[in-house]
Design a protein around this ligand. Structure first.
Ligand SMILES: [Zn+2]
Length: 310
């Protein structure tokens, strides 16, 4: 099930040495290409259009460049050719942890936008025009990603990164292991089939979980991500003024802001709040950028070591 073919980049001296050097060179070249072309996952330029780094890459080239192990990590993001069941168990296990803040030493806040039903395309246009990076936690099933894969592509093109918000959007309390595993991997699978990326973060419906769900999720390599401030766009009776005020009062170093595609006034709130937050000196950006410099980042070393064992 798992493809482990890392020997090509670590060949012994002798006839295979030339091939090994070639492999390393190609891996570095490919890596540079991916970094240059990818707006998400902590890269620095949100205005560059996203290209699929694996498109047209045949298996021979992938193998020669060391990619046959399934992928590589850049800026805390796994770029992978794996699909479907092959994706399961690919991330190194982490300590069970629920995160509601990123790096508190930097003046950055993460903008996270959840769910995906009733997606308001004005939000996407606003973020694209503002060159603001962000993170979408999308539901795999329930007529979301499964019936609107273009939305995932549009998010990437707008400079956003896409993480899983489970398959069914069930509250993850009292669920058995098989259900939790399905919720994690079915949803990640459908997202990664489109993005070729895996970030080690997941959000559960309502931010709810119990200890078994947290433990199984950590074993699969994910930190559960909640939030430190919300614009309350799922509450009734809110006003744009009160929502903007809620976001602004929640801005501090490493804050994780929550709103929803199709929430009450989400577009109007973000259109006002983003420039205000920026005026206060904070960079509004993606979750992975706000996690930079914390222990909650996927590393190439951990990924390689975990996958070497298989
Ligand atoms: Zn949700």
């Amino acid at each position: 099930m798992y493809h482990v073919a890392m020997k090509s980049t670590r060949g012994p001296l002798g006839p295979s040495r030339g091939k090994a050097l070639l492999s390393v060179t190609m891996a570095v070249l490919l890596l540079s290409l991916v970094v240059a072309l990818s707006p998400g996952c902590g890269s620095k330029n949100a205005s560059v259009p996203t290209l699929d780094p694996f498109k047209g890459l045949d298996s021979g080239l992938a193998s020669a460049s060391g990619l046959s192990s399934g992928g590589f990590v850049v800026d805390g993001c796994l770029f992978t050719t794996r699909q479907g069941d092959e994706l399961e168990g690919v991330l190194p296990p982490v300590k069970p942890q629920v995160l509601s803040k990123g790096n508190t030493n930097v003046k950055k806040v993460a903008l996270t936008i959840d769910d995906g039903w009733n997606a308001d395309m004005r939000i996407l246009q606003l973020l694209k025009d503002s060159k603001v990076k962000f993170t979408a936690f999308l539901i795999g099933g329930r007529n979301m990603v499964e019936s609107n894969p273009d939305f995932v592509r549009q998010i990437q093109e707008a400079g956003g990164e896409v993480c899983s918000h489970t398959w069914d959007h069930y509250v993850m309390r009292g669920k058995d292991e098989a259900t939790v595993m399905m919720e994690i991997w079915k949803s990640q699978g459908i997202i990664t089939d489109i993005t070729h990326r895996v970030l080690p973060y997941i959000r559960f419906s309502g931010g709810a979980y119990d200890q078994p769900a947290l433990d199984w999720t950590a074993r699969e390599g994910y930190w559960v991500v909640n939030w430190s401030a919300s614009d309350n766009d799922t509450a009734s009776g809110v006003t744009v003024d009160s929502q903007v005020a809620a976001l602004l009062s929640g801005c501090s170093n490493g804050a994780i802001l929550l709103c929803h595609w199709g929430g009450h006034n989400t577009y109007e709130v973000l259109a006002r709040a983003i420039p205000e937050i920026q005026k206060r000196g904070f960079e509004v950006t993606s979750l992975s950028e706000v996690m930079e410099g914390t222990p909650y980042v996927l590393t190439e070393k951990a990924y390689r070591e975990h996958n070497k064992k298989k």
